[in-house]
Design a protein around this ligand. Sequence first.
Ligand SMILES: O=C(O)Cc1cc(O)ccc1O
Ligand SMILES: [Fe+2]
Length: 448
Amino acid sequence: MTVLKEKSQSVGALPAGSDLRYQAGFGNEHASEAVAGALPQGCNSPQRAPLDLYPELVSGTAFTAPRHENRRSWLYRRQPSVVSGRYQPYAQTGWSTGADRTVALPPEPMRWHPFPLDNAETDGADFVDGMCTLAANGDAEAQVGIGSLVYRANRSMQRRAFVDADGELLIVPQQGRLVLTTEMGVLEVKPGEIALVPRGVVFKVALPDGLSRGYVCENYGAQFRLPELGPIGSNGLANARDFQAPVAAYEDSSGAYELVKKFGGRFWCAPMQHSPFNVIAWHGNLTPLKYDTANFMTIGSISFDHPDPSIFTVLTSPSDTHGTANCDFVIFPPRWLVMEDTFRPPWYHRNLMSEFMGLIYGEYDAKPGGFKPGGASLHNSMVPHGPDEEAFNKASHADLKPQKLDHTLAFMFESRYRFIPTNWALQSPALDTDYADCWAGLKDRFKP
Ligand SMILES: O=C(O)Cc1cc(O)ccc1O
Ligand SMILES: [Fe+2]
């Protein structure tokens, strides 16, 4: 049990390497009490709940969703969430939602240099205000598609919380740790780790390292889950036990709060007279989670050829067409390459699926030059791409001894729906207008 009450400090101020504890497992039924005896036993909503707390249900799926997909948690809190001031419109113009059909979608590869951390946009911004949509597809109202966002922030959220009613958030820090205080407890997430915050769960973000940057997938569709393993068997890729849920924790300080809410693509803000982090105990399987990609059991070819990147899928959000994801979250982690007589980097290709990529650290083998940590690339459906000239030349003549691709971590949000870049992304000085030049030197080498 974590009783933040005893610490007499804001949870956002917890020091690094603090006594944060977690509960293990993806989609598990957890139960956690910050005060002993706060959870009702054998029922969910007794006439009077223990310690005179209010029971509140949060469901992340329809009541009638199949049992293996069903997600809900019971929260036992000092006041129910409905106790709130009135909402007023809130200005957050960088965070847009869904496909913007007014944008003429460029039919070619696109790339962005690292989004700068030293300009006015970042100054004084917190995790919510520092968020910008780079590209998005689908429609949050239809519960289809995703947004690909970048955040840059240097201010911790103090008495300010956020809730996204439009989707689940997959958070991929690239620089700086995040301390996520959620209704269900606290998660500390560092670059190389990821966090999942379910749709509708209130949270705030503290930045123990100051200036921070990272990527976010706002998933309007079906919740992320572990992919099927097929012939891989019962172990491998991201193992369920390595996902970590928080333990119950609450803020025991009094005073006003501000709750920012994203609802139907618009932002709203309401004053509150109390902290929304007032859940004393909870049980259920709808939880925020963190996962360290260092625990990913990576599989690759041990004979020949470059396998499809689907073997690197950490989490998948299915669509209504089997095997054709709303979003696959794919990582390119450190790994050995041992394939014989093989061009080892990705092949040249054009795919049905659309690919948004980011780089956490190191070098990506297909683009050693222009793809940098904190930048992004976008290769939409049927847009040709592949290794740049430098990568092609190197890999075509490489000595094929076993090689460790080390100190690198790239990722991809892969979707069946084309991503439409926002006007902000298209007009950003970070847009790499010379991207196509990286392939210009691939001459005709045909020797009949
Ligand atoms: O385009 C990319 O860099 C991503 C990617 C990697 C890979 O190994 C195979 C296909 C693919 O789209
Ligand atoms: Fe690709």
